[in-house]
Design a protein around this ligand. Structure first.
Ligand code: KIV
Length: 276
């Protein structure tokens, strides 16, 4: 074996995430680029290349316009940098709802072209059948219930779910069907605490909450939200940094230096070598 061969870092697997049910919380964040994935890798069990990339990175109004090509490109970037965390890539709107066969083709393409370990789908009423079809064919699937951002055109806005009794029962039933279909864990988004606790008690795989209280088995946030890159964030986001302020301060200082001819200085300049 070559002395230069780097020691292999073992990546966290889908069964290992499933085995965390009711144990140590599962730490997840979104990642879309190689440099950020490299930083997050040491701290997270799971990195999600979420279709939120459409809004966060590409400035789209919602996730409906996100394409397979966008997901694959960002999935490849994250996979080049993350060595330890499990990497899951979102299936974009329109890539899995039409038929389970189309879902399989697109999910297999995501796995093959990015090297990621699983895909995520938003679990509407017809989707558990598709999840079972994918899992039986070797594709690990993460589910997503509660507020489903890809349904924004039907819902009219990003609205928290489960405020009425009938809706609560429907969301629990969807989570149960998603877990029974073989999802290795389930994202629970935008639901009241009582509903998050009901779902977590009802299913045998970990629930990963976003805006879904501490009653879940793990948590995920959109990284750019928790780093403070936007001037508005939803109530459930805790800002751990103020990158927006920090970037504005750095850009302002750079602009002042360029205008005053203070940048570049001698230490940032190449000079011709003296003739020997
Ligand atoms: O696309 C995304 O980032 C997500 C998370 C919010 C769970 O689905």
């Amino acid at each position: 074996m070559s002395a230069q061969r780097q020691e292999a870092v073992r990546r966290i697997t889908a069964p290992e995430i499933t085995a965390r049910k009711g144990k140590e919380p599962v730490v997840c964040l979104t990642a879309y680029t190689a440099p950020v994935a490299e930083i997050l890798d040491a701290h997270c069990d799971l990195l999600l290349v979420g279709d939120s990339v459409g809004m966060v990175v590409h400035g789209l109004p919602n996730t409906v316009g996100v394409t397979m090509e966008m997901m694959i490109l960002h999935g490849q970037a994250v996979m080049r940098a993350a060595k330890r965390a499990m990497v899951v890539v979102d299936m974009p709107f329109g890539s899995y709802e039409g038929s389970k066969e189309t879902a399989y083709e697109n999910a297999a393409r995501i796995l093959k072209e990015t090297g990621c370990q699983a895909v995520k789908v938003e679990s509407g009423p017809t989707i558990p059948e598709t999840i079972a079809y994918l899992v039986r064919r070797g594709i690990p699937v993460m589910g997503h219930v509660g507020l489903r951002p890809q349904s924004v055109l039907v819902d009219g806005a990003f609205k928290a779910k489960g405020r009425q009794e009938a809706e609560r029962a429907r969301v629990v039933a969807e989570a149960e069907a998603t877990a029974d279909a073989g999802a290795f864990c389930v994202v629970v988004e935008g639901v009241a605490e009582a509903l998050a606790r009901d779902i977590t008690a009802a299913i045998e795989v970990p629930t990963i909450g976003i805006g879904a209280s501490a009653g879940c088995d793990g948590q995920i946030l959109v990284t750019d939200d928790m780093l403070g890159l936007f001037d508005w964030t939803p109530k459930f986001v805790r800002r751990y940094a103020d990158l927006r302020g920090e970037i504005a301060r750095a850009a302002g200082a750079y602009a002042e230096d360029v205008r005053a001819r203070r940048f570049p200085a001698a230490e940032e300049t190449y000079f011709a070598k003296a003739k020997g």
